[in-house]
Design a protein. Sequence first.
Length: 518
Amino acid sequence: MSLNLEVFKNEPFTDFSVKENCEQMEAALAKVASEFDKEYPLVINGEHITLDEKMHSYNPCNLKQNVGTFQKGTADHAEQAIQTAYETFSSWSKVPAVERAGYLLKAAAQMREEKFYLSAVMVYEVGKSWAEADGDLAEAIDFLEFYAREMLRLDGPQPVTPYPGEKNHLVYVPLGVGAVIPPWNFPMAILAGMSTSAIVTGNTVVLKPAEESMLTGWHFMRIMESVGLPKGVINFITGDGAELGSRMVNHHLTRFINFTGSKDVGLLIAEQAAKRTPEQRWIKRVIAEMGGKDAIVVDETADIESAATGIVQAAFGFQGQKCSACSRVIAVESVYDELLQKVADKTLDLQVGPVEDRNMNMGAVINQDSEDKVLKYIGIGKEEGRLVVGGEKLSDQGHFIAPTVVADVASDSRIAQDEIFGPVVAFIKAKDFEQALEYANSTPYGLTGALYSKDEARLKRAEEDFFVGNLYLNRKCTGALVDVHPFGGFNLSGTDSKAGGRDYLLQFLQGKSISRKV
Ligand code: NAD
């Protein structure tokens, strides 16, 4: 079997200025709305399981809309799912890589086929604008296409230095059972990337979507079933995140944990996974991608208009709920006021409302906890700095919060140090570029960062000393593309796994060195 693949290229975004695309999206939104309240099962060993206890996924922009009803699985279901994945590993790990990659390519084709529908699911389930949902889906397709190709590259004997009297080679073999624990904020892209990287390398997994995005997770599972993925390779469970997640992490049959989410949960998982149980025969591998407090630095040589546009897009796209979102602007004092004014003006132009309406730039934040947290930090920001724009809740229909700019905050203030994960950006004044860079590096995180400058020496300095996993020069700090900007953070932003990069799959493999005397 050969797949004859073209070179990987990124999936193009949908052009919503084309009338026909808008009509297709409207039709898809209507279809998704007609399916509200429908119920979806757990999937363990290919069996669709329903339970007495249910849970719901609500539209954050309209809290009356239940986008889907799900089963409230327990730790016992996590147990069954892990046992199934363990039993399936012996057969799946022997399936040729080319066949495993084939399932990803078929799933990518299916996602392309259902593009508008799957984007519409994300619009309703997590409050992504049309463009953000379309970008999420394009990234999911990219992960599938890219990891399929990457697996073929890593398949078969890898070169080693020849040695007289021996025939030597190295092969990559899978690890075993993986616990896949994604966040809700890229409900298709991250979930699909984290799951398919693990299975294309020959592992089997238990996938537990975040409670806020179970419907999108379900559609990924449905697509993997529809392309004929053997049962038991991905086992899909829903329920309380901490209950299921901790059983998955602590189980002695779990070989690795692929986690993306908050710093606190990531650190807890790292700690739990490090503790060996008596039956356990390996050191668990933890891949953890966590939060950020990402800064855009602007110096006095920068194109201020372009910087202001980049800041507003990076701070408020998807309501600031991206790990890469700009939550700090650090500007040198000579351009600070001009930049702040431009950012304030552009922020006031943003339309906030239910995102099934194409004209909305921003929807609601994900849930009540998030609303409470963002409003609490806005309160703190008012004390620590000067509220320039926004600062209030906008409507009771959903968790709508006005895009908020707080100026004149100190770089060590809470609003400049803690991840808020909402539409709030803090402005910090620096006396010069050196101080700006020092401030940029002053949080425990190190995920993304950007510098707007025309000074070559400073751009070079940032390349060397701006300590982030993803650095952007003269462009915004969000919008990483698969294999264009491999993604992952330094420090407490994570293990720098570089999702969508050429080293990523190695994390789900171990090398076996084979030497034969001849
Ligand atoms: P979260 O940490 O609350 O949840 C992430 C996942 O962990 C969910 O599936 C959740 O159910 C599960 N979980 C919760 N408690 C658990 C426990 N005790 N044991 C095991 N699993 C548990 O994060 P979130 O709110 O879903 O996502 C937002 C966070 O994710 C932000 O901090 C954001 O910066 C981060 N994020 C990081 C990246 C990245 O690539 N670095 C990408 C997206 C999001």
